[in-house]
Write a protein that binds this ligand. Structure first.
Ligand code: PLP
Length: 284
């Protein structure tokens, strides 16, 4: 694979970052993952808008403009011949001259930037046909989950617990209510109404979530933005998760309890179809 590192396109085996890069030392970095279908980026505008917000919340500067960022994404898709998959982008506060809790002056230290692509089938997914099983774990992340930082140790820990329990995902629970999935937003459906936690600093403002809720409203499906418990989810008619590379994926089991009859629900399926069809219209 060809990757992009701090201004250069290089084979992945030759790409290097400084050991003093604050992304490496302190997870002082933000990221985005944009999906690719038919060689085109899905909702690039949504991802760059969130990236700019993450950067500004952390008083970080991007080393490239958003137009340059699009050009780099496109160049990597072409160089690596990506038809279906995605592009990972990470911007760090750069490398100071030493390890220091104080942020370096952005005028003196440029941010670090890394992009790489991955090929992955997105449209034909086994999880869509079969649904996924989740476990619940306590949400022990920091309080600014609305900023998409690379502090992913806790989500990784939650994913490992899920894997060991024979499940693929973990739903995070705080004060008795589900915040979101370890790497996706969480939803339940009851009596035809979609229920998902409202936006706040407790959850990541999913780019797919925004689009899915818009399409749900357009399809006259009612949406209630409020917290829900695991017990309520286990009694729901349907459950699902959304993310940029997973679109909407049905959840069929939570903590060993089947959701309804344990098969993927119709609303997750319908929203996934609408999502793919609509988003392809604005893919670039
Ligand atoms: N919530 C968390 C914690 C995530 O890590 C992600 C994606 O990585 C999402 C939600 C879904 O966000 P998006 O739809 O923008 O991919």
């Amino acid at each position: 694979r060809t990757v992009y590192v701090n201004g250069e396109y290089l084979p992945e085996t030759e790409a290097k970052v400084s050991i003093f890069d604050r992304g490496f030392l302190m997870a002082d970095a933000v990221y985005e993952v944009t999906s690719v279908i038919g060689g085109k980026l899905i909702d690039f505008a949504g991802h760059t808008a969130r990236l700019e917000r993450s950067l500004s919340e952390l008083e970080m500067a991007s080393p490239v403009t958003m137009d340059e960022l699009l050009a780099i994404h496109r160049e990597l898709i072409v160089k690596n011949n990506i038809d279906e998959g995605g592009v990972y982008l990470q911007i760090t506060r750069g490398a100071g001259s030493d390890r220091d809790f104080v942020w370096p002056d952005p005028e003196e230290v440029p941010g670090g930037i890394v992009l790489f692509t991955f090929a992955k089938p997105l449209l034909n997914s086994k999880t869509m046909d079969e649904g996924i099983k989740v476990i619940s774990v306590e949400d022990l992340r920091w309080g600014r989950r609305d900023i998409k930082t690379t502090q992913l140790l806790y989500p990784s820990f939650a994913k490992m617990q899920a894997k060991r329990a024979g499940c693929s995902d973990a739903w995070l629970v705080e004060d008795g209510f589900v915040t979101e999935g370890y790497a996706n937003n969480a939803y339940i459906v009851k009596d035809g109404t979609i229920i998902t936690r409202q936006l706040s600093s407790d959850i990541l403002h999913g780019i797919t979530r925004a689009a899915i809720l818009r399409f749900a409203e357009e399809a006259q499906i009612k949406v209630e933005e409020r917290p829900f418990t695991i017990a309520e989810a286990q009694e729901a008619d349907e459950a699902f998760v959304t993310s940029a590379t997973g679109f909407s994926q049905p959840v069929i089991e939570i903590d060993g309890e089947m959701i309804a009859d344990g098969t993927p629900g119709p609303i997750a399926k319908r929203l996934r179809e609408i999502y793919v069809e609509e988003m392809l219209k604005t893919a670039i």
